[in-house]
Design a protein around this ligand. Structure first.
Ligand code: BES
Ligand code: MN
Ligand code: ZN
Length: 518
């Protein structure tokens, strides 16, 4: 579906290995006839490694059935209960399962959905070579609602079993295909939590797939078609603006960034409008399918990961798709601003002036500051829809990574309530965000000083803030707006817990949590 449209190696996509499916049984975990059963344990409250761990509620009954001093056993295995730490205990025929896998949940007082999710991801990693798993980990954290707990565990299992092997000729399959939640009580809530997780983790994994896809296979027209195909069976209206429609509509930013490429840019509009929707949210995603920097060419080391630069657009696609699958009572419009930023004889030059969709003229000081140009046009389009809120997602500035690293995303907003709600959703989803100031008082005038109305870059200082001030200029007055700069968090150099190496799928689950909450 995502075939490259240029001459070159033809890349055939092989199907991704199947993810585990979930069943819910009302029988206790002690009777689970599975290769592996997973239970939780907490780190010693004292914080001393030498103090023994403490079994979580889901583990107590199992430990009794094993007729074994499990805590002593864990201590002898040097198990400290830190989040995601693992120990295997043979069952010696005392219960039907062959092996008990104990996973650490950290200290009792800190344990919540984030710790459960991360622990479940570690379980998935350890279960890669078994076919079936039984668990009651959703019971491990006493003060979590059963549905939220089951969602966290199922998300961890799904996110932790993600592999991307579409471009490998002989991929090694992930063997865990079947997970049973043993839920003697609240089995309906557990089923609901698992079903939500299948959609939310599925959305994160779709984003990962698209980010991990090589750039020759996701050039703007191909990615636009893939987006339409992804939502074809859902109540989502797709409108793709091609280069002619973009020219007719005056999208000078998107066209200017895309004009160096042999493949033209696209703006994809996805509309999910359920009957009786309480509000309308527009999501806008940066979709640079490869960012060379353009004429302001990046050094090659900085270019190595630049297929990630459409992560915002992939996030938007996956979020709108999941909103429809979850049947959320919110109208959601997704805008994917797709262009390939290439240097060539037709590329935008440094110091060229572009006219944006709202008529603003922009001097292009640096063709590598391209994200704000495509997003500016898309934000004008979004504002014309007069929504209740606009949220954009973009791998916008290296400066966000300098400030916050690769584990915390940057959040900038014109609206305190919106910012707080998104911040909370990020925390609940294990995708932390930190708010930076928009600082228009302090830095607003730095947009000026061009031969045009504004310029697209103002040097190295406060790069994330400057980019946000640029974007804010294109948001309709009085529309609450938030900007997520995920340059650091959309990609990981190493796997960590539920975060996969390469595309991470951040911040899809944050957006879904936010859309579900209000
Ligand atoms: N796509 C990059 C930002 C980026 C950098 C994302 C590293 C992920 C990892 C963006 O288009 C860019 O090149 N930004 C420039 C802006 C500068 C020229 C004002 C940057 O951050 O250096
Ligand atoms: Mn760039
Ligand atoms: Zn970029």
């Amino acid at each position: 579906m995502l075939a490259g449209s240029e001459p070159g190696p033809s890349l055939t996509l092989t199907p991704e290995p199947s993810v585990p499916t979930f069943d819910v049984a009302t029988s206790p975990l002690t009777s689970a006839d599975r290769a592996l059963v997973a239970v939780g344990a907490f780190a010693a409250a004292s914080g001393e490694r030498s103090d023994p761990p403490e079994l979580a509620p889901d583990a107590l009954q199992l430990a009794e059935a094993l007729d074994l001093d499990v805590v002593a056993e864990l201590s002898s295995l040097d198990f400290d209960g830190s989040v995601g730490s693992l120990a295997r205990i043979p069952t010696r025929g005392q219960i039907p399962a062959a092996t008990v896998l104990v996973v650490g949940l950290g200290k009792t007082d800190d344990a919540g959905a984030t710790q459960l999710r991360r622990a479940a991801a570690a379980v998935a990693g350890a279960a890669e070579r078994v076919t079936d798993l039984g668990t009651s980990l959703h019971l491990a954290v006493a003060d979590l609602e059963p549905e939220a707990a089951a969602q966290a565990v199922a998300e961890g299992l799904l996110l932790g079993s993600y592999r991307f092997s579409s471009f490998q000729t002989d991929p090694r399959p992930f063997e865990l295909t079947s997970v049973t939640f043993h839920a003697p009580e609240n089995d309906d809530a557990v089923r609901r939590g698992a079903d939500v997780a299948i959609i939310t983790a599925g959305a994160a994994c779709l984003t990962r797939d698209l980010v991990n896809t090589p750039p020759q296979a996701k050039r703007p027209p191909a990615l636009a078609d893939r987006a339409a195909a992804e939502v074809a069976d859902l109540p989502i209206v797709v409108n793709i603006l091609d280069e002619q429609a973009l020219a007719d509509g005056g999208y000078g930013g998107i066209l200017g960034v895309g004009q160096g490429s042999s493949e033209p840019p696209r703006l994809v509009e996805l509309t999910y409008a359920p009957e009786g929707a309480s509000r309308h949210v527009v999501l806008v995603g940066k979709g640079i399918t490869f960012d060379t920097g353009g004429i302001s060419l990046k050094p090659s080391a900085s270019m190595e990961t630049m297929k990630l630069d459409m992560a915002g657009a992939a996030t938007v696609l996956a979020t709108v798709k999941a909103a429809a699958q979850l049947e959320l009572p919110v109208k959601v419009t997704g805008l994917m601003a797709l262009a390939e930023n290439m240097p060539s004889g037709t590329a935008t030059r440094v110091s060229d002036v572009l006219t944006m969709k709202d008529g603003t003229t922009v001097e292009v000081i640096n063709t590598d500051a391209e994200g704000r140009l495509v997003l500016g046009d898309a934000l004008v389009h979004a504002s014309e829809l007069e929504p209740d809120a606009i949220v954009d997602v973009a791998t916008l500035t290296g400066a966000a990574t300098v400030a916050l690293g690769s584990r915390i995303g940057a959040l900038l907003s014109s609206d305190d309530d919106l910012a707080a709600a998104i911040e909370r959703a990020g925390e609940d989803s294990g995708e932390p965000l930190w708010r930076l100031p928009l600082a228009s008082e302090e830095y607003g005038e730095r947009l000026e000083g061009a031969i045009a109305d504004i310029k697209n870059s103002a040097g190295r200082e406060a790069g994330t803030i400057f980019a946000s001030l640029f974007l804010h200029r294109f948001v309709g007055e009085d529309i609450p707006w938030a900007h997520l700069d995920v340059a650091g968090t959309a990609w990981a150099d190493e796997a960590r817990g539920e975060i996969s190496k390469g595309g991470t799928g951040v911040p899809v689950r944050t957006l879904l949590s936010w859309l579900r909450s209000a």
